[in-house]
Design a protein around this ligand. Structure first.
Ligand code: ATP
Ligand code: MG
Length: 405
């Protein structure tokens, strides 16, 4: 008996006590969703690990690509499930090890069922001896190039060599929902990624100034959401026409307060959307000191426009760190395509850096925006994105609908 199986280990969710089952179930559900488009995949829970029996039409490359984007996975391995028998351990270990290039190796056995007659150390020695006789390479218990792992569980044993790093974090969906303000810049896709990594399910909001700006920023936002949807499988984006409110601000407010006013109205509209979505927080890509609107005083003034907490996962990052992360996630190339941002269009040369909420509230009394806010929400368009089936060969993809989960 030999069966292809993927062994998935999770780290942090193991610490969640009574909630552990909830975290595990969400992770299983997300793994199914990530792999689903390739066919039926069986995912089961066994002694603190998950086992995936993949459908035959998914290759290891496709599976690796998809699992690497599932938050909550610490690491995973492509294994063979065999009967609990020393000869099977030896032969399967050699079958896997001989495909690797290495100078040193070791065997690491874990028994979650203690009823197996040999101890872990005894299995290590027996299998190590068998492999050593065949490969003629040295054993290195501390820094081996290749580690053969044998996990002995209830009815079978899982044999694999080495492991793939997972995305870590928490499964998307275990940490409630938030509304993420997504511009088409570099920062907000990274802040979105970091919150999804903490298990938060995101709804996106993008403000545009069409027809004064061309549709490029909206198109880039769509590309970014498509990219980020690989981590949460389903996304809703609200495209909010912001131009009428901007015009009112332009006409009546002091130039140095405009950017802060734009932000306060964005936050108010996002809060309305959050209420409708039953989201518990807002997320932005703001970063202390990066631009004039992001001084602590201005952050405080902007924050005063909502009752909801505003999460700013990038607050303490340097720009280079944000860029490095954007590159690693794959959003940098999209964010750096040219576009006209709704705020850069109407930004004054020197915005105020030390604003106060009371002053802004006073200025807002002179603006006629109540009806505009209602109209803006009525004219907001919602678009749905589903996981793209991008791990399959191009020819196969054409046969399915591009947005199918
Ligand atoms: P980014 O790279 O995310 O655009 P930035 O450094 O350009 O960030 P700002 O333009 O000051 O920063 O915006 C701060 C935050 O406000 C953004 O990270 C984003 O969360 C939100 N934001 C700004 N413009 C928009 C927009 N047009 N639509 C949605 N959210 C926006
Ligand atoms: Mg921006």
């Amino acid at each position: 008996m030999q069966e292809r199986v993927i062994v998935i280990h999770y780290a942090e969710i193991g610490l969640k006590g009574a909630n552990r089952i909830f975290f595990e179930k969400k992770l299983m559900q997300n793994i199914r969703r990530a792999l689903q488009s390739g066919g039926a995949n069986e995912v089961v829970r066994r002694h603190g690990r998950l086992l995936v029996y993949p459908s035959a039409d998914l290759t290891d490359t496709e599976i690796r690509h998809r699992l690497k984007r599932v938050f909550g996975i610490a690491y995973f391995s492509f294994a063979l499930a065999v009967e609990r028998d020393l000869t099977a351990f030896c032969e399967t270990s050699w079958q896997l090890l001989r495909q690797c290039s290495f100078d040193s190796f070791r065997v690491s056995t874990k028994r979650s069922q203690k009823d197996f007659p040999l101890t872990s150390v005894e299995v290590n020695c027996e299998v190590g001896q068998y492999l050593g006789d065949r490969c003629n390479k040295r054993v290195d218990l501390k820094h081996a190039d290749a580690t053969v792992v044998i996990e002995i569980i209830e009815k079978e044993a899982l044999v694999y060599v080495d492991r793939e790093e997972g995305a870590r974090g928490l499964p998307v969906g275990v940490s409630e929902k938030a509304v993420s303000l997504l511009s088409s810049g570099i920062d907000s896709p990274v802040s979105s990624y970091l919150m999804m990594k903490r298990g938060v399910k995101l709804v996106f909001v993008h403000f545009h100034s069409q027809p004064y700006t061309n549709p490029a920023s909206q198109e880039l936002t769509e590309k970014l959401v498509e990219h980020l949807t690989a981590y949460q499988y389903y996304s809703r984006v609200y495209f909010v026409p912001f131009i009428e409110i901007q015009k009112e601000i332009m006409a009546k407010a002091p130039a140095e307060l405009r950017v802060i006013l734009y932000r306060r109205y964005m936050i108010r509209l996002a809060t309305e959307i959050a209420e409708k979505e039953e989201a518990r927080a807002l997320v932005t890509g703001e970063n202390v000191g990066q631009v004039a609107s992001q001084t602590l005083s201005n952050i405080r003034t902007i924050e005063a426009a909502t009752e909801l907490p505003i999460l700013r996962p990038l607050a303490g990052f340097d720009k280079e760190e944000i860029i490095a992360r954007a590159r690693a996630i794959g959003t940098f190339e999209i964010s750096t395509q040219p576009y006209e941002d709704c705020c850069s269009l109407f930004v004054p040369d020197s915005p105020a850096t030390k604003s106060r909420p009371e002053i802004l509230a006073k200025v807002e009394e002179g603006l006629e925006v109540a009806d505009l806010l209602t109209k803006t929400l009525q004219e907001t368009e919602v678009k749905v994105f589903k996981l793209k089936d991008d791990a399959r060969p191009a020819a196969e993809r054409q046969r399915t609908t591009s947005n199918s989960i």
